[in-house]
Design a protein around this ligand. Structure first.
Ligand code: HEM
Length: 442
């Protein structure tokens, strides 16, 4: 170690009595956390876990995200949860180095801005289909609507036009699989995983559900290989792979990756849609801005302000309030020596709530993003670096298009009182009352 380097041993260490306070960094109001007295870097070593450096020193964060060779995000996920079983160890987030770069090049294009425009009509159609089912003038849980919108868009965008009978089987298989992921049995497996060194116990019911989804996807891939354009001008994600230069996997791997994309996109999108609705209900002044744009027929202003609402919601309620990387070898970030196996945690929400980066950080003020778009270092809802969310542009466009379509037909009634609280005992941030709002006619 060079003399100017600092080792983890030399940084402040949290004692056992402080460990219970870590949760305070994962919930809104992070700046009231007593842990901030330890400074921008501190180390935690819960019994049985590798050393973890928690840092919100922005030079550390920048260097960490820029260093794709020495760190793995998948190894953090599999150490703390059963994500490897849910996604499969061959899915993008579990790959590192050159293998990850190659797969990212292959799976990225359908989610980049050039392709996004072609999904817009489908997103509008999904809202037109779902919106009549939602009550008007009485409270309902927008999170549930968010899940229906998210799955409708995903199945449509990823698979496009699928023969009706097969489409219904696919939907049922996917819903059954998501249900199994949320089952008590799998929850128990997930909770045990971090306590037994990151080993995920076998859980055959989930395997069966995954196989059911893969079987229908494989059928669809086989059908496309026989009739690639299905008689129409296909623009869905699967068609952008099958028979194109991106088609470099065997069908089993392609099906597994399509399934992985569904999982990565589903809950994150639904929860974000829920939070946007909850934020608009709690901030009538923002809703009034949108009403003005809609009443004036000013689509440009509507989209611009909606983008700002989405960015501001995701700043204050990032679905994942932290991310992390595990060192694959001994390495150094910004002068701190990180031994192989140690984990570096980036407290995203704490950075988002910092007065160093945002003026009046706890106030919901979409206007801050009208002139300045979110900054890739201090707005980290989609992570950063080589593993930054593959669907980030897609998710942002989707939120704008879905809400634009909803709000042209409905208004969101103002609520008295604070923003809905996040669910307790949940590592992610999800609205505790399922984003309870009231829609009014427009
Ligand atoms: C609001 C919605 C979403 C949120 C908040 C979100 C958040 C994230 C985060 C935090 C990561 C890890 C990044 C890191 O640690 O640096 C990630 C990775 C990923 N996300 Fe998303 N995501 C969303 C929607 C989507 C969508 C719509 C898709 C697909 C269409 C998607 C596909 C992925 C994939 C494939 C990865 C792994 C990327 C890699 O390892 O290279 N996500 N996402």
């Amino acid at each position: 170690m060079s003399p100017t380097q600092v080792s983890l041993r030399e940084l402040p260490h949290l004692g056992t009595r402080h460990l219970g306070q870590i949760g305070g960094l994962l919930r809104p109001g992070t700046h009231a956390s007593p842990l901030l007295e330890f400074g921008e870097r501190f180390v935690i070593t819960p019994p049985g876990f590798p050393a973890m450096l928690v840092t919100h020193d922005m030079d550390d964060v920048r260097e960490l995200f820029a260093n794709h060779e020495d760190f793995s995000v998948g190894q953090v996920l599999s150490r703390f949860s059963s994500h490897d079983m849910m996604f499969g160890k061959q899915s993008l987030i579990f790959l590192d180095g050159e293998e990850h770069r190659r797969e990212r090049r292959l799976f990225g294009p359908p989610f980049q801005s050039k392709a996004l425009r072609s999904y817009e009509d489908l997103m509008v159609e999904v809202v037109e289909r779902e919106l009549p089912k939602w009550p008007v003038g009485e409270p309902f849980e927008f999170l549930t609507a968010g899940y229906d919108l998210a799955i409708g868009v995903l199945l449509g965008v990823v698979f496009g036009a699928v023969a009706e009978e097969r489409r219904d089987r696919l939907r049922q298989a996917v819903i059954g699989w998501f249900g199994e992921i949320e089952s008590r049995g799998f929850l128990a497996v997930t909770l045990i995983t971090p306590l037994i060194g990151g080993y995920t116990l076998p859980y055959p019911p989930l395997r069966r559900r995954q196989d059911e989804v893969d079987a229908v996807i494989l059928e669809e891939i086989a059908a496309r290989r026989v009739a690639p354009d299905g008689g129409s001008d296909r623009r869905d994600v699967l068609s952008r792979y099958v028979g194109t230069e991106l088609d470099q996997h065997d069908d089993v791997a392609l099906a597994r990756n399509m399934r992985g994309i569904l999982l990565g996109a589903y809950e994150t999108t639904a929860i974000t849609l829920g939070w946007i609705a909850a934020m608009l209900a709690a901030h009538p002044e923002a809703m009034a801005e949108l009403d003005t744009a809609i009443d004036a027929g000013d689509d440009g202003r509507l989209d611009e302000y909606l983008d700002a609402v989405v960015a501001e919601t995701m700043r204050l309620r990032p679905v994942s309030p932290f991310t992390g990387r595990r060192a694959l070898r001994d390495t150094v970030i910004n002068g701190v020596a990180i031994p192989k196996g140690a984990i570096v945690i980036v407290p995203i929400l704490l950075i988002h709530e910092s007065p160093q980066h945002y003026k009046d950080p706890l106030t919901f003020r979409p206007e801050r993003f009208l002139t300045d778009r979110p900054n890739g270092h201090t707005w980290l809802t989609f992570g950063a670096g080589a593993h930054r969310c593959l669907g980030a542009s897609f998710a942002l466009a989707e939120a704008r298009i879905l809400f634009r379509t909803v709000l042209r037909q409905r208004r969101i009634a103002a609520i008295d009182g604070p923003i809905e609280a996040p669910r307790r005992f949940h590592t992610g941030l999800s609205p505790a009352d399922n984003a309870r709002i009231t829609l009014l006619p427009r």
